[in-house]
Design a protein around this ligand. Sequence first.
Ligand SMILES: [Zn+2]
Length: 180
Amino acid sequence: MVVLEQLSELQKNLEIIEENNKIIRSGSNIYILNKAKRDYENFKALYEKKIIHKETLKEEDIDKLQVELYYKKETFHSVKRVMKEKIQRANEEIEKAQAEVARLKKEIPEKYLIIFFGILETQTSPISTIKNSRCSACKHKIEDNEIYNINNNDEIVFCPSCGRILSHSHKKDDKKCIAK
Ligand SMILES: [Zn+2]
């Protein structure tokens, strides 16, 4: 059923958007960056305080201070660079997935979109795959005739327990199922 594949694609792209939004919002990103920044700034302040009384320091101590200052500055800048790239990549992924979502929304008949987004209001992931004759989301046992219907009916099949749209994980499984 073509629409089932399109709905699965839609779900996949919505998940990509959510995952990448999480990356962008991630508090650990900001924490790591702030820590590297603080480390550098604190050390820089200390360095400047010490270097005022340069004459009281040994040459090798001055060298050591400078090396450490350089190291902390480099760490801060490389963390900043990596984070910027990570966020940029996440934004690109979101953009691509959003374009796919827009395309699929145009292709999928409206009645299926209404069903899909209706389920999404109360459940995460409106499409659930069948694994070992069970709905993978809620583990409800799905009868053989229902599994048969997924492949051979013109209508989508819902999990009687959680209400999600049932699908097979991929084409290979479909064939196996029909052959049974
Ligand atoms: Zn279910």
